[in-house]
Design a protein around this ligand. Sequence first.
Ligand code: IPM
Ligand code: MN
Length: 352
Amino acid sequence: MKLNIALLAGDGIGPEVIDQAVKVCNTIAKKFNHEISWTSALTGACAIDAVGEPYPDATHEVCMAADAVLFGAIGDPKYDNDPKAPVRPEQGLLKMRKKLGLFANVRPTFTFPSLIDNSPLKRERIEGTDLIILRELTGGIYFGERGRKDNGNTAFDTCTYTRDEIIRLAKLGFEMAMKRSKKLCCVDKANVLESSRLWRETVQDMEKDYPEVTVSYEFVDAVAMRLVQWPSSYDVIITENLFGDILTDEASVISGSMGLMPSASIGLHTSLFEPIHGSYPQAAGKDIANPLATVLSAAMMFEDAFGLKEEAELIRDVVNKSLAEGIVTEDIAGKNKAYKTTEVGDWLAKNI
Ligand code: IPM
Ligand code: MN
């Protein structure tokens, strides 16, 4: 099969973790007789530095022409503490999501048997955790009207959702639940927010189309609590953009390191695959970042974008093997030997 992939390495540790994923993908391609054509493009702070714009049109064209996008991370500390910066790397990410129509962000949380004691949560609380948070990605407060009034002394951001935006996200959630344990949890703040009441009403209307799925409705504050108390009680969670942003960071620590969790963003055009961690600028260039989340994102890409399940399984198997044998970076090595980013990538490729 010919796989045409756009490669957006981005900032910070992005290029280093992406390099390892590319190594793994090329090895898989060789083994299974696929031909990958990679097209690199700029995004994030590096794109601002080069062309003054965090998601240049040229990058968008590369993404639109590709079958899948593999993305590293964006963000640079030189923008973080400057609320007056006229253009920010994160705007590139939001623009990319909007222009590619990536309305659904799939963020799984699962545990690795060999890492169960790395989690900040007790073993008995997290064993068996295997959940997916499906976060709406192109609406809500991220994209609503915002601004200042009263000579800059009052600021506002608005959260707006249309019924259609909720339906298309919830539909994916119901379909995902049908393929898993037929349990869906809709997370909102319907006791306070009108937009949440529309979410709840819309999802309730859809229940009749999926009679086998048991739907629960929970408030986001309660879910924030239950997610660390009994994560294994959840299966598929659907929620709006900001709640999903917060809950997926919370969920990511369950597995023991943020450096492990992959994600997929799907929607109207090319799907995008990326680790859920950020650009971790403190580690950039040091060859210490954990490449596994990006490698596992590549596995999701093989399976979801190309239907290549066996290839994806092999990647997951070899990642599990590296964890079991302790071929891991310093974030999870504990007192044992820590391997470099590139050493982990080389080991994975060799073992494929
Ligand atoms: C994420 C990130 C982004 C978000 C930032 C970098 C804009 O935190 O992908 O979760 O808030 O969506
Ligand atoms: Mn986030």
